[in-house]
Design a binder for this molecule. Structure first.
Ligand SMILES: N[C@@H](CCC(=O)N[C@@H](CS)C(=O)NCC(=O)O)C(=O)O
Length: 280
């Protein structure tokens, strides 16, 4: 899963190079650089010490990471063991993500992003009220609708539940024995949990719900490169963030194959670029 995005973008750009010739390559590199660039804030307002307590495959954590990566804010990651949660014992908040920003604890993905934006995007106040409404509306849609469609999809049947837990256990903080037991026990448990989630959120056909949500998002783009126009806004980053952990699972591959989201998703991969995570 870690290499497929890389290989994918590599094969795409080399394919483009072959068909465009040298002049085309130079031009397309130049456009890519100007169109698809991160937006790092001025160095003096970047927080000095940022630590993300997370589960690698958690959609809410990935939403925060999409923001940090796009704004090029360096951060350390503490991978929490989801069974013992010993890494967050010091906190009263029992979920992830938790973001420590220069000693201040921030919790809840959308609240974290709101507070970080206030710190590092002072220009954001200038955005017109209408634009902000659209952005806010779609960020709420991610939290209230899109995230609820994901679990029933990634645990849809035994083979998809196993694929998801293989991804979760290979990328998470588990001991050797936990890896084996969590993979099978977790997959079985989540298969049943996701059936209840389907009932709770009134989902009958989970793939249809995922495709419908995806198409709703593409319609919202209304022909624009990003919801934010020529650059992603917080709603683009939220949708991209929650979809990132499923993109190269069976459900994410189906989503790209059966809906129009692929082009926007690839643009987001390019614009968010390399992670600003500090490798330990
Ligand atoms: N509204 C919260 C939801 C966070 C959440 O539900 N996180 C899950 C992981 S995906 C969690 O920590 N659940 C508690 C647990 O694992 O015990 C947010 O947006 O950050």
């Amino acid at each position: 899963h870690w290499f497929s995005p890389l290989l994918n973008s590599f094969s795409k750009s080399s394919g483009q190079a072959v068909s465009l010739g040298l002049v085309g390559v130079v031009a397309s590199v130049a456009t890519a650089a100007s169109v698809y660039a991160k937006e790092p804030p001025p160095a003096e307002i970047i927080p000095k010490d940022v630590v993300l307590y997370q589960y690698e495959a958690c959609p809410f954590c990935n939403k925060v990471k999409a923001f940090l990566d796009y704004y090029d804010i360096p951060y350390k990651v503490v991978e929490v063991n989801p069974i013992s949660k010993k890494e967050i014992k010091w906190s009263d908040y029992k979920k992830v993500p938790i973001l420590m920003v220069d000693g201040q604890q921030l919790v809840d993905s959308s609240a974290i992003i709101d507070q970080l934006s206030e710190k590092i995007l002072p220009g954001k106040a200038i955005i017109s009220v209408a634009d902000e409404d659209e952005e806010t509306k779609w960020r709420r849609w991610v939290d209230n609708h899109l995230v609820h469609v994901l679990s029933p999809n990634i645990y849809r049947n035994t083979s998809e539940a196993l694929e998801s837990f293989d991804y979760i256990t290979s990328n998470g903080n588990f001991s050797f024995t936990e890896k084996i037991t969590v993979k099978y026990a977790g997959a079985a448990a989540m298969y049943f949990v996701s059936k209840n989630l389907k009932k709770k959120y009134n989902i009958t056909d989970e793939r249809a719900a995922l495709y419908e949500a995806t198409e709703t998002w593409v319609d919202a783009l209304n022909g624009r490169n990003f919801l934010g126009g020529s650059k992603p806004n917080l709603a683009d980053l939220a949708v991209f963030g929650v979809l990132r952990p499923i993109r190269y699972l069976r459900s994410g591959r189906d989503m790209v194959e059966h809906t129009r989201i692929g082009e926007w998703y690839s643009r987001m991969e390019k614009v968010v670029g390399e992670s600003s995570r500090i490798k330990a």
